[in-house]
Design a protein. Structure first.
Length: 110
């Protein structure tokens, strides 16, 4: 290909030009895939380091929190309204304390 560019006396066939074009297009896409792969790998690695820092911080916080033990692990929910109330309460409480929440007991108020 380089000889052809230097020597202007020869003419290139359509088939040879098509082959050069396809090879050039494939090289461009290969280089783009390599760049995408490298950037994806870098972002995943930085995300893993941030996740590890968050997990380490949460482990330190969870070591100081006393664990709640319950003798009755079953929560009896009688209807859909009670289920909705439990879900709303747990979501609100989780947003308030920014930690995982577990329902221990449910009482129906009449």
């Amino acid at each position: 290909m380089i000889n052809f560019l230097v020597d202007k006396t020869e003419h290139m066939d359509v088939g040879t030009g098509a082959i050069y074009s396809i090879v050039a297009i494939l090289m461009v896409f290969l280089i783009l895939l390599i760049i995408i792969g490298i950037t994806t790998l870098v972002f995943k690695l930085t995300g893993l380091f941030e996740l590890k820092k968050e997990l380490d911080a949460s482990k330190k916080q969870n070591n100081n929190v006393p664990q709640v033990s319950s003798t009755n692990n079953e929560v009896s929910i009688k209807d859909d309204d009670m289920m909705a109330a439990v879900l709303v309460a747990t979501i609100d409480y989780r947003k308030e304390i920014n930690k995982d929440v577990r329902v221990v007991n449910v009482k129906e108020v009449k």
